[in-house]
Design a protein around this ligand. Structure first.
Ligand SMILES: [Zn+2]
Length: 259
């Protein structure tokens, strides 16, 4: 099949897959927090994701300050936190209400790329919650690589085929308890000692009672012009938003052999 036609078919199929709409007793309040290193285009991502969240029925509180996490009236009501803040620092007064919301009350946490996976290196508890931490992107931006869907049954990746992107390929230190949805392989010689490595690129996990969704895609908003990438992101965010409302199975499953 000609590549263009095949791509069009995949794109049509991916877009036709339903996203869960909000109905009845379900999540309705989201906080979208953006800032940190400007090279990750936080404002352009805000303009991409916030209107989509609103179209899904969320009432979104948008904040360019981490102080929103210390606002008890907001955090008492929220179902979902979308966190986009590369690098930087978070104070105890900002972090603890966020952690408690996720860990104790089952608020969902979702994010992408450095906005969730490269935040607050000095706060190990934040990294623990996310399940991974950015280390490197061999070759920097513009690396062409394949995203391999490895869980075809999970609702976030069901029906999606492997797809190619051209962006930063994140090398991360990851938690072995992540439920990995998609991986990528390092096939270039940019940093040859990692050639052949298979690295998780999207995962889910639980942190206490809260669902966490992360994808390492998202250096710039344009990567989500790839329909499969945006579908995975949107489904992941919606999945995270429902942790107060649905049961979640134990996602811990050891990846290393046990004697
Ligand atoms: Zn980046």
């Amino acid at each position: 099949m000609p590549r263009l036609i095949r791509f069009a078919l995949i794109a049509t199929f991916a877009l036709a897959l339903p996203l869960t709409t909000l109905a009845g007793d379900g999540p309705s309040k989201a906080v979208f927090v953006y800032g940190g290193w400007d090279g990750h285009a936080p404002k352009r991502f805000r303009d991409l994701v916030v209107p989509w969240l609103e179209s899904e029925g969320f009432e979104v509180t948008v904040s360019d300050s981490l102080d929103i996490y210390a606002d008890a009236s907001v955090m008492a009501e929220v179902d979902l936190v979308v966190h986009l803040w590369t690098q930087g620092e978070i104070t105890k007064e900002q972090f603890e209400p966020l952690r408690n919301a996720v860990q104790e009350r089952g608020v969902g946490l979702a994010g992408w790329h450095g906005g969730l996976g490269d935040s607050f290196h000095r706060n190990q508890e934040f990294e623990y919650m996310v399940g991974g931490q950015w280390v490197r992107h061999p070759g920097n931006d513009g690396v062409r690589f394949t995203v391999n869907i490895i869980d075809h049954d999970d609702p976030i990746t069901a029906g999606l085929d492997d797809f190619e992107v051209e962006t930063e390929q994140y090398y991360m230190h990851v938690d072995p308890n992540n439920h990995v949805l998609a991986t990528t392989s390092f096939v270039t010689d940019f940093e040859p000692w990692v050639k052949g490595t298979t690295m998780p690129i999207s995962w889910t996990r639980m942190h206490g009672n809260g669902r966490v969704f992360y994808t390492a895609l998202g250096h710039q908003p344009e990567v989500f012009d790839v329909p499969e990438a945006f579908t995975m992101l949107k489904r992941g965010i919606l999945w995270a938003s429902r942790s107060k409302y649905e049961d979640t199975p134990d996602l811990v499953s050891p990846v290393y052999p046990v004697e």
